[in-house]
Design a protein around this ligand. Structure first.
Ligand SMILES: Nc1ncnc2c1ncn2[C@@H]1O[C@H](COP(=O)(O)OP(=O)(O)OP(=O)(O)O)[C@@H](O)[C@H]1O
Ligand SMILES: [Mg+2]
Length: 368
């Protein structure tokens, strides 16, 4: 039996959910080695966020482990996501965390930014099929076989919509106010922000787009300011903690960066508002959902201009949870599982932004 996994492959963080638990790790891939990376450290043994896998004879560190240990660590997803095999390694690394047996059959629902949906077929072609992955935990090695027959690629922010209108078993919340009217989603990510519009439950590509503005813009500005003010050279991927805590260590001293941070985030929010206002007639929107890890930090700047906007519950993982819920919804409806390949957009009314016509036929729109 295929297991459904929701996988949100962000430029900043990979988020995954199998309906029971979620995982999140930085989208960083580094060269690894097969030995134990902690042999001389005093830190506790590898944590759940330490991912080490071997694929095709090469060993990789992923996530936090790559940030700490790899000589060559880089954000795994380039702007076009075409760079090398990183996306495949991150994909398999995330899935390896959900393998309970040596043979695993997954139905993966994942997203691409609305502006990059044309790459869906290529992504599916690269990932589909049978994969062999060795997972390293301490000194142990486990050989895993991962079969990916069904991969469904959807416009990224729809995950947040599904997380709101479907429950965690994939049942439609009939009372959701979001199933009618015009709903906007603003997904503020690490490198990009996605805007998506859903009208009466249907995805509307014309009012959906991706802009290259994200939290990393703030990080770049911040790292420039830190270099000037404190002579501190920091790679942006090491700044997450400092930004969340509002302080940074300089020569063993803690320096408060909250004022600097807030000013920089205000500037990013202003740029985003310009984009929102040029894409949407905000007065027409019944609800605007703010999501993504950047939603947390930008909410207070956006709300005065976008009064109908609400920060969703657990915005960082909302897409991944929604992808899982969508997969569960399709499976339980006994549909021919997901269309493998690109997202076609639905024409169903009062459906949770469905992907296919057959959904409507089987259920008649009544899914009590
Ligand atoms: N609780 C939080 N407080 C402040 N910042 C946060 C919080 N959680 C996440 N962030 C920041 O939000 C940023 C975006 O996170 P998110 O996981 O949404 O990005 P992503 O999906 O990887 O990026 P993209 O959507 O561009 O591909 C990260 O840089 C992270 O540091
Ligand atoms: Mg994202």
């Amino acid at each position: 039996m295929e297991r459904v996994i929701g996988l949100d492959m962000g430029y900043g963080f990979i988020k995954a959910n199998d309906g029971r638990e979620g995982r999140r790790f930085p989208s960083v891939v580094g060269e690894g080695n097969a030995g134990n990376p902690m042999s001389f450290g005093f830190q506790k043994q590898e944590s759940a966020n330490d991912i080490r896998i071997t694929v095709g004879g090469k060993t990789y560190f992923l996530g936090d482990l790559a940030v700490r240990h790899s000589r060559i660590a880089h954000r795994g997803l380039s702007a076009t996501r075409a760079e090398g095999d990183d996306i495949k390694i991150l994909f398999l690394g995330a899935l390896s965390q959900f393998c309970r047996e040596s043979m695993n059959d997954f139905y993966v629902v994942t997203g691409l930014p609305p502006g990059r949906m044309h790459m869906a077929d290529d992504l599916v072609a690269r990932l589909r099929g049978d994969h062999t992955v060795t997972r390293h935990v301490g000194r142990n090695r486990q050989d895993l076989s991962i079969r990916l027959e069904n991969i469904e690629v959807v416009p990224q922010p729809l995950g947040t919509f599904w997380a709101e209108v479907l429950d965690n078993r994939g049942q439609l919340r009939q009372d959701s106010r979001l199933l009618g009217g015009k709903v906007g989603i603003i997904d503020v990510g690490f490198r990009t922000t996605d805007f998506a519009t859903i009208v009466d439950g249907e995805y509307a590509p014309s009012w959906s787009r991706t802009v290259p503005i994200g939290i990393s813009n703030a990080y770049d500005t911040l790292s420039g300011a830190l270099a000037t003010q404190h002579g501190l050279e920091r790679e942006t991927y090491t700044l997450d903690r400092a930004v969340i805590d509002g302080q940074i260590n300089v020569s063993g001293r803690r320096v408060d960066i909250t004022d600097l941070r807030d000013q920089i985030f205000g500037e990013v929010a202003t740029k985003l508002l310009v984009e929102v206002q040029s894409l949407w007639q905000l007065a027409e929107y019944d609800a605007v959902l703010l999501t993504g890890g950047g939603g947390h930090v930008l909410e207070r700047y956006l709300r005065p201009q976008v009064p109908q906007c609400t920060l969703v519950n657990d915005p960082v993982t909302a897409n991944a949870r929604g992808y899982f819920a969508w997969g569960a919804y399709q499976t339980q409806e006994q549909q021919p599982a997901a269309q493998t390949g690109s997202y076609s957009g639905g024409d169903a009314v009062n459906q949770p932004a469905g992907t296919s016509d057959e959904l409507q036929d089987a259920s008649g729109g009544d899914r009590a």
